[in-house]
Design a protein around this ligand. Structure first.
Ligand code: AMP
Ligand code: MG
Length: 410
């Protein structure tokens, strides 16, 4: 089998995934969930003409000539707090005290802010005056927020596939959408593999290391909006790997994700077990880090086997799994935005598509990147010190200092 490029591998993976089913949730449970239907406004916003100031609703023509030296006196015929529904019709020479957000009474066509009147008693509970002097002119429409200025009934305001942001939830509430159709969260079964792996609370032993991938990957899965089912650690035996894959299959998860055990080592059983009841589509990608990356299915459930080295596992997630989870979750986003950054120093590469750890900062208004520490795929510290992955395209062996490359902020 010829080795696949990153792009080919990603296309092969993505073609396997369809959005999961949908569910309807109360608005309070919808933060960061993905909308499963377009949302159409059922009413105008604002729903009625209302005041944008505390002040006095007037007829603009009445106060056209008002100045501080020659104020215009109006009779105050109503008091309109927010939440009330005025039944009056303002006649010539009349005003109504009005609060921010309160409906504009019929007959009025402008609001004069209280600061532009002689009425100074602004304490809570203070009654309106009988008369008010208007000290400044106004014009039709001033300080009125007309019905529908923000949204018109019938408009599509949020599109299917959008990850709901906090402000979206506020808008849904404003539009009276109390239960929201969303895609359910994809469920991902996760396990690590290797006889050398210890849990983080175990003392180190000769020849052993602590399992870091389970923790990084579980957090990445959740960050991508999916649910993680942690299956623990498989030993480097056929039976141990098989037992965890069986468990994942029984749980009917949407994706099985593992790390390690897919290279060409004598104890790498993952590929073999997958093929016992499924198929392996590919198991290497022409990239750095992360070449040993397997994709297939076990009992028809898609399987992605990430490399064991901690940085390779992270990069493999960012390059392939994040996109797959985006597709599964019904999201039209899911892929990180790339930015262009200037390399502060020369970067050598080996011609494979490479994802290098870097610290990016703004210098003279431009993004400037410097590699962090040793780029070996086992060195998690240099990933922790990085805030970006630089993407060096396939075929490039040297990026001179000062040249721009694409990057993901992580
Ligand atoms: P493998 O793919 O099994 O050959 O593993 C490659 C490298 O990754 C080895 O040095 C492993 O010890 C290391 N490794 C595998 N799994 C993990 C893990 N869960 N956490 C940290 N390192 C790991
Ligand atoms: Mg191993």
């Amino acid at each position: 089998m010829t080795i696949l490029s990153v792009d080919q591998a990603r296309k092969r993976i993505l073609s396997y995934f369809q959005p999961v089913t949908t569910e309807t949730l109360p608005l309070t449970g919808c933060s960061r969930r993905v909308l499963a239907e377009d949302i159409v406004a059922a009413n105008d916003l604002p729903p009625f003409d209302n005041s944008s100031m505390d002040g006095f609703a007037v007829r603009a023509a009445d106060v056209a000539d008002a100045t501080t030296d020659s104020p215009c006196t109006l009779r105050v015929v109503a008091d309109i707090p927010a939440g009330s529904h005025p039944s009056i019709v303002l006649a010539e020479g009349e005003a109504a005290r009005i609060m921010t957000g309160a409906p504009i009474p019929a007959g009025a066509d402008a609001v004069v802010p209280v600061e532009d009147t002689d009425f100074n008693d602004r304490d809570a509970g203070a009654p309106p005056p009988e008369e008010v002097q208007i000290l400044k002119t106004t014009q039709t429409g001033w300080n009125i927020r007309p019905r529908g200025m923000d949204i018109l009934s019938g408009e599509v305001v949020l599109q299917k596939g959008r990850g709901l942001k906090p402000q979206d939830l506020g808008l849904l509430a404003m539009l009276g959408v109390a239960s929201v159709p969303v895609f359910r969260k994809p469920r991902v079964a996760l396990f690590s593999s290797g006889d050398e792996l210890l849990p983080p609370d175990a003392p180190l032993e000769e020849g052993k290391i602590r399992d870091s991938n389970s923790f990084t990957l579980a957090a990445l899965i959740e960050d991508a909006g999916a649910e993680v089912v942690r299956l623990g650690v498989a030993k480097d035996t056929y039976d141990s790997v098989k037992a965890l894959l069986e468990k994942a299959a029984a749980l009917h998860v949407d994706l099985i994700l593992s790390s390690a055990g897919v290279s060409v080592g004598a104890f790498d059983f993952v590929k073999q077990v997958i093929e016992s009841d499924g198929s392996m589509d590919f198991w290497r990608v022409n990239m750095r880090p992360g070449k040993p990356l397997a994709f297939g299915d076990y009992k028809k459930i898609p399987f992605i086997g990430l490399p064991g080295n901690p940085v390779s596992a992270f990069v493999g997630f960012e390059v392939f799994v994040r996109a797959a989870l985006g597709r599964l979750s019904g999201s039209f986003g899911g892929i990180r935005q790339t930015i262009r950054v200037r390399c502060a120093e020369q970067i050598d590469s080996d011609g494979r598509e490479s994802y290098l750890r870097a610290q990016v900062q703004v210098e003279d208004g431009a993004f400037v990147a410097r590699l962090t520490g040793h780029q070996g795929s086992g060195n998690l510290h240099s990933l922790v010190q990085a805030n970006a992955l630089l993407i060096i395209p396939a075929g490039v062996k040297c990026v001179p200092a000062g040249q721009e490359v694409e990057a993901w902020l992580i």
